[in-house]
Write a protein that binds this ligand. Sequence first.
Ligand SMILES: *Cc1c(COP(=O)(O)O)cnc(C)c1O
Length: 392
Amino acid sequence: MSRADISLNRFAEDKLAELEARQQRRRLDVSDNTSGMRVRRGGRDFVNFCSNDYLGLSQHPAVLDAARNAVTEYGAGSGASRLVTGGYSALFELEAKLAAFKGTEDCVVFGSGYMANLAITPALVGAGDLILIDALAHACLFAGAQLSRARPVRFAHNDMGDLRRLLEKHRAGRERAIILTDGVFSMDGDIAPLPELLALAEAFDAWTLVDDAHGLGVLGRGKGTAHSFTSPAAAPLQMGTLSKSLGSYGGYLCASRAVCELLRSRARPLVFTTAPPPASIGAALKALELIETGAVDTDRPLALARRFCRSAGLAEPATPIVPVILGAEEHALRASRELNALGFLVTAIRPPTVPDGTARLRITFSATHDEADVDVLAAAVAELRQNAVAAE
Ligand SMILES: *Cc1c(COP(=O)(O)O)cnc(C)c1O
């Protein structure tokens, strides 16, 4: 081995040892879907309670057919960036359908939700501008903020008093300001107070980007978080993913025509990357159609989460993401193993994905879960929590 190989490997091994010591080393398991919400891991079958496939559409026969048909029609890959020859017609069709569904003028599709957030913020703000970001926003909103070279300032999670204070302090003297938030927070399952947030944004002439990765297909009869309030609270920049309730892969931004056109010309993760593959776009188109036409029950994931929480003695959930916060990493890991032994796959979520001392189980509900499985899981979680209290 060359000197550089040796120093490189030593660096990686030292870092891994540090992670191991903090119980933060991750291992990637083979997880093969067998049917519905069932998954095979290490030769054993589990009911999957940690998928984001809220409607089970990644396995829906009509969605699979649509993916196959798109491959037949357009091929396995798109061959180039959309600015060159990667723009097959299904991509444009999906953008038109998403814009119509969300009630915006236009939509741009990206390679993934993560890429969409790397694209949007840097295309709109730059050095000297102001970014206000919820402290618990998704990692890719932070990554987009960082790439923009504007100055990100965190506001306390869902705290509109803090957001107002920071706008009062930092807004003056900056040309542009943008507020970044999740619609549904991915690790806590709570919802951003969009009506109040958008009123503040308006008062301070700040733009708002809402990441609705976990709202689309699940809240507001499938239309997303903006439609879960008494009157719709739609931000000017509505981002989301094709990778969760749509059961496919990709990301999008629904916005005005001018904003979408600007992104088509200037968003680097669109310009300098190959257009998403036809199978994913064909699948997403069919999934969206199933949601729009009411062929799938978009209310069921939340209804199952409510049933679970009532039965497990947890507070009423606002979304199908239910966190069971256990504190230390080892408590969450042990709880996850105990649920594995009962045939449930529920992963432990640990720092740095969540703040220190808030390691948790994150349980997600899908329309394709059975009530019986939900009830058995609820009884197991109720017992886990009782034992945790007794142990303290
Ligand atoms: C999953 C997720 C993303 C990333 O979407 P992908 O399509 O998986 O890249 C972005 N934001 C939030 C809030 C998410 O939960």
